[in-house]
Design a binder for this molecule. Structure first.
Ligand code: GLN
Length: 431
């Protein structure tokens, strides 16, 4: 019975000390489960009875869409985002809203106004971020699957640290309608799941053109493909910036592709040093613009007065850069860098079907450890190029270091999501 499964998860959520959820309404979801059991029309849908957790920056009617910020603490969603409508129409149930870094700007899961999330795979460490609660909820088995958002790694980074699967679709594959923007030219919604098959099913369920998001596109259903004749690119610079212990695990992962029959090709990406400055500059400017609506009139608090340190940093720098823009010094340069980075990246896919490598260059730090903003940003060096270049990328578990999970990142050319998802499934089977 679906209602029994819902009750089991609700009980587990109640008992859990991971702090993965920040808004749960047991009565509401149990009622929805009862109705679902009576609804024969949904019985054959791919997500029938699946219990899904949603990140707190995606609108779900009747739940607190706080973005884990005091700014929006009193805001209750008045509608379902397009992805949520799609989930429901495929027979899924929403079990609650997950914890996250405030406004999705973070890599550790520590900047939420509801307190940090713990990493279920290594309880004294950060789970990664910003979709910290969605990853932790999946890793701690508090739901069947979860939805997150990824602007510069926020699905893939916590998936890697928590030892689960995460997928960032190509820009435009999934509608962003109903997602609170961090940086809208990078943001994508995507799945966090217990295995790669589920990531394929969930991506197929939420993708598609949406007339309320003009950047969304239609793509044919993603199917499993044979990958044994694929050329797998390994980028030297991605390996070079990575901690040696992580690199060793990833090298074992690359051997798995070899054993499957794939050809390994050595590649070089000369713009790795541009990744963080380009990403953060654009992020600050777009985020500053996105936050102008939080002026206290409609949603409660004036953001600059209510937000935490990292959010304020981004607003102030974003404001400064926007004001200086007439001189074309910063933002224009970042857009030029973005163009060069994309061109170079797309060129790599002439020599390889996919690029395989590490997800995060270092192991997750201990919860509460003092980490400078620059050290925090350094977690993102391998994930932001995907968003800067509009390509797609997935993460699957690839070993561990003294119990701390390591995630292998598989990147694909724009709209080749099917290839990445197929490689994730095959890797998982053969690892
Ligand atoms: N850590 C990156 C940032 O802080 C990525 C965040 C995200 O993908 N939402 O911007």
């Amino acid at each position: 019975m679906i209602t029994d499964r819902v009750s089991d998860y609700l009980e587990k959520i109640e008992k859990s000390d991971v702090n993965a959820f920040i808004d749960v309404n047991g009565e509401k979801v149990l009622k929805e489960a009862e109705e679902l059991e009576k609804n024969d029309a949904l019985k054959n849908k791919p997500l029938y009875g699946k219990i899904v957790a949603v990140k707190s920056n995606i609108n779900v009617k009747g739940y607190k869409i706080s973005c884990a910020s005091k700014t929006l603490e009193k805001y209750v969603g008045t509608y379902d985002a397009t992805v949520v409508k799609k989930l429901r129409s495929q027979g899924a149930l929403i079990v609650g809203m997950t914890n996250m870094d405030e406004f999705a700007g973070g890599s550790s899961g520590e900047t939420s106004c509801y307190g940090p999330t713990k990493n279920p795979a290594a309880m004294d460490r950060i789970p990664g971020g910003s979709s910290s609660g969605s990853a932790a909820a999946v890793a701690a088995d508090l739901c069947d699957m979860a939805i997150g958002s990824d602007t510069g790694g926020s699905i893939r980074n916590p998936a890697s640290h928590c030892g689960i699967v995460g997928f960032k679709p190509s820009y435009g594959v999934v509608s962003r309608q109903g997602l609170c923007d961090l940086a809208m030219s990078f943001d994508q919604i995507g799945p966090l799941t217990k295995n790669a098959e589920d990531a394929l099913v969930l991506t197929n369920a939420i993708k598609g053109i949406d007339r309320s998001d003009s950047t969304s596109l239609e793509t044919p259903k993603f199917e499993k493909k044979d990958i044994s004749n694929y050329k797998i690119g390994v980028v030297k610079e991605f390996m070079d910036v990575t901690d040696e212990k992580i690199r060793n695990e990833i090298e074992k992962g690359i051997e798995v592709f070899k054993d499957m029959g794939c050809k390994i090709v050595d590649l070089s990406y000369k713009y790795i040093d541009l990744a963080l400055p380009t990403y953060y500059l654009i992020n600050y400017v777009e985020f500053f613009s996105a936050t102008r609506k939080y002026d206290g009139r409609r949603y409660g608090e004036f953001i600059e007065e209510a937000c935490g340190e990292e959010v304020l940093r981004r607003i102030l720098i974003g404001k400064h850069i926007s004001e200086q823009e007439f001189s074309g010094k910063y933002y224009k340069k970042a857009l030029q860098a973005r163009k060069s980075m994309k061109k170079e990246m797309l060129g790599l896919f002439n020599s390889a079907d996919l690029i395989v490598g590490p997800t995060v260059p270092k192991l997750p730090h201990k919860l509460g450890e003092d980490v400078s903003p620059m050290e925090m940003y350094a977690y993102d060096v391998l994930t932001v190029p995907t968003n800067i270049c509009g390509i797609c990328s997935g993460v699957v578990r690839c070993g561990n270091i003294q119990g701390v999970p390591v995630g292998l990142q598989i990147q694909g050319a724009p709209l080749e999501d099917e290839k990445v998802l197929s490689a994730m499934i095959e890797f998982e089977k053969n690892y």
